[in-house]
Design a protein around this ligand. Structure first.
Ligand code: IMP
Ligand code: MG
Length: 172
């Protein structure tokens, strides 16, 4: 069901090194409160944060928005943050911006808690009209509309542990 490798392990590692430099430069040594959106962003978040020189704390949030490959349009808060973000510089780490619905809802929720700043680091963004107005402050790769798996991304909880990102094809 893996059609072809879209982004290799080496390409991911090299892009993350660049992203880490961009993030360090943007925060100028200030403390970052990194928030991972469970579960997909975990691989991206840990590899990215290991490369940062900035002081960083880590927390997680989990929402549910998808069953299989269909966007449900609604999100449900499954696991909330364990730390307060008021007055903190928050960096929200997301695996993929697809329609952007999930990210918009999470941004609304986090903004209401009055962080000092709220920026987005996304590993992938699909090039779609629906998410055109939703810019990631730090973006790994822009990809096409295909459904992808690996490096944290799943289809019904499978394939998250692939070290690369691949296009998924149920026919294959
Ligand atoms: P959105 O709300 O449509 O932006 O979708 C966000 C969530 O759907 C992501 O955080 C992923 O968990 C999941 N998702 C969207 N596209 C893909 C994909 O191509 N592969 C795996 N998961 C995806
Ligand atoms: Mg998923």
């Amino acid at each position: 069901m893996i059609d072809h490798v879209l982004i290799s392990e080496e390409a991911i590692a090299s892009r993350l090194a660049g992203l880490a430099r961009e993030i360090d430069a943007a925060y100028g040594g200030g403390e970052i409160r990194a928030i991972g959106v469970l579960k997909g962003s975990v691989f991206f978040l840990t590899d990215l944060l290991k490369r940062l020189k900035s002081p960083v704390s880590v927390d997680f949030i989990q929402v549910r928005s998808y069953t299989g490959t269909q966007s449900a349009g609604n999100i449900q808060l499954v696991h909330d943050l364990s730390m307060d973000i008021e007055g903190h510089d928050v960096l929200l780490c997301e695996d993929v911006i697809d329609t952007g619905l999930t990210l918009r809802r999470i941004l609304e929720l986090l903004s209401s808690r009055r962080p000092r700043s709220l920026k987005i680091a996304a590993l992938l963004k699909k090039q779609l009209p629906e998410n055109a107005d939703l810019a990631a402050d730090f973006l790994g790769f822009t990809i096409g509309p295909d459904f992808v798996v690996g490096y944290g991304l799943d289809v019904d909880e499978r394939f998250r542990n692939l070290p690369y990102i691949a296009v998924w094809n149920p026919e294959k």
